[in-house]
Design a protein around this ligand. Structure first.
Ligand code: HMH
Length: 206
């Protein structure tokens, strides 16, 4: 089993996870401030928990995977500070409650590190790919959204995601049928949570 096989088998679900009116309306410049700001604050809260998860993954990863995971954590240090700057510019309070969908995604990430390492590596790749593709699919964005599109769409990040895929493939190669099924279920869960996360922000009215 490989990452590309998962994307191919579940291409429908993957499309729904990465193509959303939220992103299209950023591209068109017509997203409402309350929708965008809700995404920004909730995604900061998500990234805090994502960072903890990546830290925990080091516990299970072979040392040959350390370089890439540590480079990811390095980028997350920068990203968390960038989120704080963006929130300050927009006068947003990051000390906000998680919405149910954000909470569900964070709970999912908490439990991910109870699963075999191949599942963790696959989910890490998929979560990053979702934003790498999602922010690029609508096409070139204009200010202020180009900065957001570029954060996850830039060539360096694209390369990072490719290397995450290679690491996941390496450990997915000879997993048991049980772990393979777990990988498929986890893939579908991430796809669903990504779709729900966009919808959560899109639904915001204040
Ligand atoms: C919801 N998924 C969500 N937020 C993010 N920042 C990422 C993925 C990062 O790739």
């Amino acid at each position: 089993m490989s990452c590309q096989e998962l994307l191919k088998k579940y291409s429908q679900q993957w499309q729904v996870a990465t193509l959303h009116p939220f992103l299209n309306e950023c591209k068109l410049g017509i997203i409402k401030p309350e929708q965008f700001n809700t995404w920004l604050v909730q995604d900061y809260l998500f990234v805090v928990e994502f960072t903890r998860m990546v830290g925990r993954i080091l516990t299970y990863a072979p040392t040959s995977h350390f370089d890439l995971i540590l480079s990811g954590l390095n980028a997350l240090q920068n990203e968390l500070n960038w989120f704080k700057d963006k929130a300050t510019e927009r006068q947003l309070d990051l000390n906000t409650k998680k919405q149910p969908t954000c909470k569900e995604y964070c709970n999912f990430m908490n439990k991910l590190t109870e699963m075999p390492y191949p599942i963790q590596a696959t989910a890490l790749w998929e979560i990053e790919l979702a934003y790498n593709q999602g922010w690029q699919l609508p096409g070139k964005m204009s200010p202020p959204y180009n900065e957001f599109a570029n954060r996850w769409g830039n060539p360096e990040f694209t390369n990072y995601v490719k290397l995450l895929e290679a690491q996941a493939n390496e450990v997915l190669e000879d997993v048991s049928k049980t772990v393979q099924n777990q990988a498929e279920t986890t893939f579908l869960n991430v796809a669903r949570l990504e779709k729900d996360f966009w919808q959560m922000a899109y639904n915001a009215t204040n």
